[in-house]
Write a protein that binds this ligand. Structure first.
Ligand SMILES: [Ca+2]
Ligand SMILES: [Ca+2]
Length: 349
C-alpha cells in the first residue's frame, strides 16, 4: 500500500480529446436542424459523451519489482509517461482491463522510499495522471515483538535514560519497511526501518529522543557496537529517530510488518488515574487500529483496556515472556532496572 499519494486527473475528453472529436461529429446534424426548429429547453443540448477520466481505486507495490493500479474502468497506458524515482530505468507498463501493472525490471530495496508517476487513458482518450510514493516491497519481513518501552527522559546523573522502544526478533528476516507508529492525544508519529537482515533472538533498540550527537549511529552493518549515545547497547542493534518521543504517561505503539498491513504487535499504556472512554483524538484513532494485537474489553476502547501505571521516568514498561497480548502481557520494571538491548529483569512478586 502507499503511505502517501498525490493524484490529479486531466480530462482530455473536452475540446482536445478523442471524446470531444466524437462529440463534435455527433453534434453537426443536430446543429443543422436548428434552422427549422428551436430546441426544447427540457431536452439535453448535447448528446451523451464520456468526459470522465479513469479514477484510481487502489494502488500499491505488487511485489519487489512491480506496482499495480486498479481503475474504475478499462485503461491503456500512455506510452512514454512512466517514471520511477529513484530508479535505473523507466518502468514498462501493461494494461489488463481495469488494471495497470508497472514492471521495474529489477527488485527494489525493501523499505526504501520510491515514487512512481505515469498516465493512463480510457477508450475515449480521457487521461489520468498519477503520482504515488511507496515503500519498496519486503517479501520476508522479520517478525518482531515489542519488549520494553521507556516512555520519558530520566535525567539521573549516574543512570540517565531517554525514550526508547526495545524489540526482539522472533523470526529472522529483513527489517526494510517494518513500521512503528506511536501517538499521544494530539499527534501521531511513525518510523520505518531500513533494509537490514536480522536473526532470531537479536535485540533492536529504537531511540526516540536522540540528542543529535555524532555517535548516535544507525547500526545497519555487522558492527553492533558502532553507536554511542544514551541507552546505546554494544550487543544490540541501535536505531535513532527524531520524529518525536513516546508520550510520558498515556500512549499507544503499533508495529506493522509493512505500511498498511494489520498491526502485528502493540502497546497501549495509560495513567492509572484515567477512566472511561477515550476522547476523539489521535491516540483513540491509533488504539482503534490495534485489532487483535491489543484485545479490548468492549466494542470501543476505554482507558481500562490499557496497561495502567503510575507514570515514572525511573521505570520502564516491560513485556512478559510468552505469547500474551494486551495489558496482561506487560509489567512495570523495578526502578532503575531499564535494560535497553538486553533481557528484562523478571517481574517482581
Ligand atoms: Ca549497538
Ligand atoms: Ca530490555
Amino acid at each position: 500500500m502507499c503511505e502517501h499519494a498525490c493524484f490529479r486527473r486531466r480530462g482530455r475528453g473536452g475540446l482536445g480529446g478523442r471524446g470531444a472529436r466524437r462529440l463534435r461529429a455527433a453534434a453537426i446534424p443536430f446543429l443543422l436542424g436548428l434552422s427549422s426548429c428551436l430546441p426544447d429547453p427540457a431536452s439535453p443540448i448535447l448528446p451523451p459523451a464520456d468526459l470522465k477520466p479513469p479514477l484510481v481505486l487502489e494502488a500499491g507495490p505488487e511485489g519487489a519489482s512491480s506496482f499495480l493500479l486498479r481503475f474504475d474502468e478499462a485503461v491503456e497506458p500512455v506510452e512514454g509517461s512512466f517514471g520511477l524515482e529513484p530508479g535505473p530505468a523507466s518502468p514498462a507498463a501493461r494494461a489488463e482491463g481495469d488494471f495497470l501493472r508497472l514492471e521495474f525490471g529489477a527488485e527494489l530495496e525493501p523499505g526504501a522510499d520510491y515514487a512512481v508517476t505515469g498516465e493512463a487513458e480510457d477508450g475515449a482518450g480521457n487521461a489520468t495522471r498519477f503520482c504515488f510514493s511507496f515503500a519498496g516491497w519486503n517479501g520476508r519481513p522479520a517478525a518482531l515483538r515489542l519488549s520494553e518501552a521507556q516512555a520519558a527522559k530520566n535525567s539521573s546523573a549516574s543512570r540517565p535514560h531517554r525514550d526508547f522502544l526495545e524489540l526482539v526478533v522472533e523470526e529472522a528476516g529483513n527489517l526494510g519497511g517494518v513500521e512503528l507508529c506511536w501517538a499521544n492525544a494530539a499527534k501521531r508519529f511513525s518510523y520505518r526501518f531500513r533494509g537490514v537482515e536480522v536473526g532470531a533472538g537479536e535485540y533492536l533498540v529504537l531511540h526516540l529522543a536522540p540528542e543529535g550527537r555524532a555517535e548516535e549511529i544507525d547500526e545497519l552493518g555487522a558492527d553492533l557496537a558502532a553507536s554511542g549515545g544514551v541507552d546505546a547497547s554494544p550487543g544490540a542493534r541501535d536505531f535513532w529517530c527524531g520524529a518525536g518521543g513516546l508520550p510520558d504517561a498515556s500512549g499507544a505503539v503499533a508495529l506493522r510488518p509493512r505500511p498498511g498491513a494489520p498491526v502485528a504487535d502493540a502497546l497501549f499504556y495509560a495513567d492509572s488515574g484515567k477512566e472511561g472512554a477515550l476522547g476523539d483524538d489521535k491516540l483513540a484513532a491509533l488504539v482503534a487500529e490495534l485489532g487483535e494485537a491489543w484485545p479490548l474489553g468492549g466494542t470501543s476502547a476505554a482507558w481500562e483496556d490499557a496497561f495502567r501505571w503510575k507514570p515514572s521516568t525511573a521505570r520502564s514498561l516491560c513485556r512478559r515472556p510468552g505469547s500474551e497480548r494486551g495489558a496482561e502481557a506487560w509489567y512495570l520494571g523495578e526502578a532503575s532496572s531499564q535494560s535497553p538491548g538486553g533481557p528484562n529483569d523478571p517481574p517482581g512478586e
